[in-house]
Design a protein around this ligand. Structure first.
Ligand code: 6PG
Length: 248
């Protein structure tokens, strides 16, 4: 049974980003100290941008950090909609991380080929056991999606593949196909943080955390790591429809 998720509320997005950096660096430093490495799957979208930019100033042992993604849009890496491009612009191009530690999803290959390539790469890195990321960062869409697990998508119920391609033709934008880690892989993670800001996410947060169990409609409900810890790191605007457990 997955432990209850923890909720941590910051007053506004800037202090939220600072808290997220604190969680990241504490987890990274502990894993590097304990086992010499730290594997993290980054979220896409706009919310994590400030966190990534602040993270670039952290004196971490980046040579021990391996960066993956929880999802990617099927566009070239230099495209403005690329999740890799955003992380590269504000974080990866500013830190001394070896190129071999950056495990990009090849969105340009398309959803089917791109997903197959990423799954093969994960097998190469983690072996044939389910990938157990030290940390997975996720966002939340106003429709209750996370990563590229959208309402009504077969990917939400995927329980065989580690990575799948997603055909994406209806909002939310961008209306491009995707590659996404599946719930199977997400739920093997040791630590998951949902980073959520803004009043436009308040209803989705309520549906996911307090609503009926309907993962087809609210896919973020599928994220229930078996042995991992889940933290909802949110600002007060996103939390306005749920009871704050820990607040600023
Ligand atoms: C993506 C993301 C997606 C994102 C949410 C929230 O590729 O779009 O991974 O799951 O986290 O849609 O996006 P915002 O942070 O832009 O609101």
């Amino acid at each position: 049974m997955s432990p209850e998720p923890e909720i941590e509320i910051a007053a506004e997005p800037h202090s939220l980003a600072e808290r997220a950096v604190g969680h990241f660096t504490r987890m990274a430093e502990k894993n590097i100290r304990d086992k010499g490495s730290f594997t993290v799957a980054l979220a896409g979208g706009a919310t994590p941008r400030e966190m990534y930019a602040r993270l670039a100033a952290q004196p971490l042992g980046w040579e021990h950090v391996h960066v993956f993604w929880s999802d990617e849009r099927c566009v070239p890496p230099e495209h403005p909609d690329s999740n890799f491009r955003m992380a590269y612009d504000v974080l990866l191009s500013h830190i001394g991380i070896p190129a071999g530690n950056i495990h990009r999803m090849t969105g340009e290959a398309g959803p089917v080929e791109g997903a197959a390539r990423y799954e093969t790469m994960l097998h190469g890195f983690f072996g044939d056991r389910l990938p157990c990321f030290d940390f997975v960062l996720l966002g939340l869409g106003s429709d209750g999606h996370t990563a590229s697990l959208f309402p009504g998508s077969p990917a939400v119920l995927e329980d065989t593949h580690w990575v799948v391609g997603v055909t994406h033709t209806v909002p939310p934008s961008p209306l491009v196909d995707r590659i996404t880690l599946t719930p199977l892989t997400l739920n093997a993670a040791k630590n998951i943080i949902f980073l959520v800001t803004g009043e436009e996410k308040a209803a989705a947060m309520h549906n996911v955390l307090k609503g009926p169990h309907r993962p087809d409609a609210f896919p973020a409900q599928r994220v229930t790591p078996k042995d991992g810890h889940t933290l909802w790191l949110v600002d007060s605007a996103a939390a306005k429809e749920i009871t704050p457990i820990i607040g600023e």
